[in-house]
Design a protein around this ligand. Structure first.
Ligand code: NAD
Length: 428
């Protein structure tokens, strides 16, 4: 089937965006799927449900403003929907659809019993006061309430949403239901049913999968030079764990620009500077560099933990790292994937590398439902084991089939999803 017939009528071809990336990834994986599952592939190329909501709020000035929100459930064959909520001025339906589909594949790759979902509001949260942001979060939660539930669809943090946002979502849902329901959302504060280890979990998964890949590639983490794009929840935790393991973080980039120090950046000083100045630029012991120099940094490992489409045909040729690790979702375009493959650069794909977040979200959900909480050591040990096992399975699939890690991860994930469909059968 070609991609044109796979485009849903509500998404005009000129607004394909990240959804097209997902469709190309499915095309690349299809020939490698088990023959008995291959005919079911079209199920993956359409989201099961997509809800578009108006989110009207009263601004502090007394005026009313409208924002557009989405919640997409891509696939629920393996369990309730699971996936984060993003607040960003460039959120589109296409983006949320792609993010929800990557959640389907990711949850299957690490074998947690969830389907794929994602949500977002097209808003620049920096333009809103805290009170406005709370009203926006609560109204959005009420609008998508019909989809939510601890056994239906369980949101989590993503770009520009955090523990506080998740606490507001839990409270709003619970107020509307008339009972406190901790398990309806993950990434909550620890004092409100959140899990120890959740904050660092995605960065930790990035680190653990990098250690595994480095072992296969004969690359020492101690002394390795690492460049990191994105210094938020994922990028900051990953950078810190690399530094703790003796690696040198030699370049950093976020929305404010790029900085470098070939001898290694002092991450604590950079973080403190960013907190007060709201920018990386000018941080102590760091030189400001332009984007081109960031991408061509002389590093062994490049971690991308910002947004989609960051590694593309324009910069894939500049990258000097041997290993790229996708902390972000969809950071590499399909064209760039081919360039990197040709150049012999190993890419640990998003659906594997950043699955640590949803894995500990799964632990949080289990703890909330059973009302029994685990220690941080237990959580980290279980997370490390799941990430290492998933990495080993993907690495072995790539080796035995002679395919890149992204295709191998998709084979593993998609086959699990399609097998669930095959066993459940087609209703009615
Ligand atoms: P965040 O909002 O905490 O941080 C995002 C970072 O990216 C910030 O440092 C921001 O300045 C930077 N950034 C944004 N636009 C940029 C640009 N154009 N160029 C360079 N830097 C830019 O978000 P996060 O939670 O760390 O998420 C980052 C990525 O990781 C996203 O793709 C998200 O979907 C993915 N992810 C997050 C989690 C999680 O647990 N938070 C889990 C899995 C995947």
């Amino acid at each position: 089937m070609n991609n044109v017939s796979r485009i849903p009528s509500y998404l005009s071809p000129e607004h394909l965006g990240p959804w097209e990336t997902f469709l190309i990834q499915v095309d690349r994986v299809e020939p490698h799927l088990a023959p008995e599952l291959r005919p079911l592939t079209p199920i993956l190329t359409r989201p099961m449900r997509a809800l578009i909501v108006d989110v009207p709020i009263r601004l502090d000035s007394g005026e009313m403003a409208h924002f557009e929100g989405y919640r997409v459930q891509h696939n629920l064959a393996r369990g309730p929907g699971k996936g984060g909520i993003r607040f960003h001025p460039q959120v589109t339906l296409s983006e949320v659809m792609a993010l929800s589909a990557w959640m389907t594949v990711k949850n299957a790759v690490v074998n947690v019993p969830f389907g794929g979902a994602k949500g977002g509001v097209r808003v620049d949260p920096k333009q809103l006061s805290l009170a406005e942001l709370e009203r926006l979060t609560r109204r959005y939660t009420s609008e998508i309430h019909i989809l939510l539930g601890q056994d239906k669809d369980i949101p989590a943090p993503d770009i520009n949403t955090n523990e506080q946002t998740m606490a507001w979502i839990m409270d709003t849902y619970s107020m509307n239901e008339g009972r406190t329901t901790m398990g309806v959302v993950t990434g909550k504060p620890v004092s409100l049913g959140g899990s120890l280890g959740r904050k660092d979990a995605t960065g930790r998964g990035v680190f653990v999968t990098t250690v595994e890949a480095a072992r296969h590639l004969g690359l020492e983490i101690a002394g390795a030079r690492v460049a990191v794009q994105g210094f938020g929840n994922v990028g900051e935790a990953a950078a810190r764990l690399f530094a703790e393991a003796g690696a040198r973080v030699v370049a950093l980039q976020d929305g404010s620009g790029s900085i470098a120090n070939p001898a290694g950046l002092d991450l604590q000083a950079v973080k403190a500077w960013r907190q007060t100045q709201r920018s990386l630029l000018g941080a102590p012991g760091a030189e400001t560099i332009d984007a081109e120099r960031f991408w061509s940094t002389d590093a062994d490992i490049l971690v991308v933990a910002a947004m989609e489409n960051q590694i593309n045909a324009a910069n894939a040729g500049l990258i000097r790292a041997r290993l790229i690790v996708e902390g972000a979702n969809g950071p590499t375009t399909p064209e760039a994937d081919l360039i990197l493959q040709e150049r012999g650069i190993t890419v640990i794909p998003d659906v594997l590398a950043n699955a640590g977040g949803v894995t500990v979200s799964y632990f949080e959900w289990v703890q909330d439902i059973s009302a029994f909480f685990w220690t941080e050591d237990e959580i980290n040990a279980r997370l490390d084991r799941i990430m290492r096992e998933a990495f080993a399975a993907v690495w072995e699939a790539a080796r035995s089939k002679g395919i890149v890690l992204r295709t191998a991860a998709f084979v593993l994930g998609c086959e699990r999803v399609l097998l669930a469909h095959k066993l459940r059968g087609l209703y009615p």
